[in-house]
Ligand binder design. Sequence first.
Ligand code: ADP
Ligand code: MG
Length: 384
Amino acid sequence: MISLEHVTKRYGDRMAVDDLSIEIDDGDVAVLIGPSGCGKTTTLRMINRLIEPTSGRILIDGTDAATLKPEELRQHIGYAIQSVGLFPHLTVAENIATVPKLLGWKTARIVSRCEELLALVGLDPAQYSRKYPRQLSGGEAQRVGVARALAADPPILLMDEPFGAVDPLNRDRLQGEFLRIQRDLKKTVVFVTHDVDEAIRLADKIALMRDGHLEQYDSPEQLLDHPETKFVHDFVGADAALKRLGRVRVDSVMRTGQATVRADQPDAIEAACASESRFVYLVDADGVLVGWIDSRVLDRGTPAAEAATRVDWRQAAVRPDGSLKEALARMLALGYRSLPVVAAGGRLLGHVTLSDVEKTMEGGDAHLADHTDNEAGSIGGGGE
Ligand SMILES: Nc1ncnc2c1ncn2[C@@H]1O[C@H](COP(=O)(O)OP(=O)(O)O)[C@@H](O)[C@H]1O
Ligand SMILES: [Mg+2]
């Protein structure tokens, strides 16, 4: 448990942080959010004593952080920042090894820890260990930054806009990966962002700050449904129902048991015609999504080959651990009323429909329904 008690940081006349009191339970993700300059980074840096408070106390498991040696704190607290802050002249493995080395770990232990962490953040150790930061994409560098913060297995993780510098698609992936890792590791995380959607998706509790003070500290649901001030209301925006979708995973409403045909079978088109479903998914020999067939188009006498729509699963499908908000955005962008759901390598798992997204928004219990049916007539936007 991290407790901030009446914490204040003053720079001259300016109150960067003003009488801030919050408690963060073990294993929770607390997100600090608010406009630029509201005191998020200052708050985070006071927790690991990169900055000392002017007044007030920060307790970590009941111990006043001011009484702990900075080295002890460093073992206890991982730190990941925007634009990563990787050392450019060190390899990926050397970057991750920084804190374990300071802690005097044996080489073999450091090497195996690096490999374990790279695998955890979805990077192949054989491929990435010896690369230099400049050889990484933004998303890869960010993953290495997270791996480095986790290196000494600290119970507490501080993250300052860690995904702030990556593009929206990679940001969505990184958020999904963060949630997956956090489900396993159960760190106590303090996460800074200025992105409301990111806060809503990741947080157990959100601390909304303004000019150094706390406006509201609550669960995302509570913040969306019961904003305590006009500032909170205006900050989270009017579309609370839409924002709430950011907390619902795709696989919680995913339908399975859809009609599927191997695309390389000579009679794929005929098999699709024979199916009772309007839409039939095409997969390759490994079950990877390659397209679909609209049987309604077939009925109208279109040549069979033209009825098959070829797609790239990277663009036309969503992941099971993605959010419904992302799925809805993709449906609207592509003009589809249903999207296939695929595993990491593109293997088809099921599909998610617009009507289920709508039911979820209305507070219906779509995710409790039986999803082994095959709702015909719900893939394509065209041909309607
Ligand atoms: N070293 C400093 N000296 C003077 N003012 C500072 C210093 N660091 C931060 N501030 C001020 O404190 C306020 C909070 O800054 P910061 O915590 O970085 O905000 P945020 O991370 O929310 O954007 C800002 O007004 C900033 O200008
Ligand atoms: Mg900041």
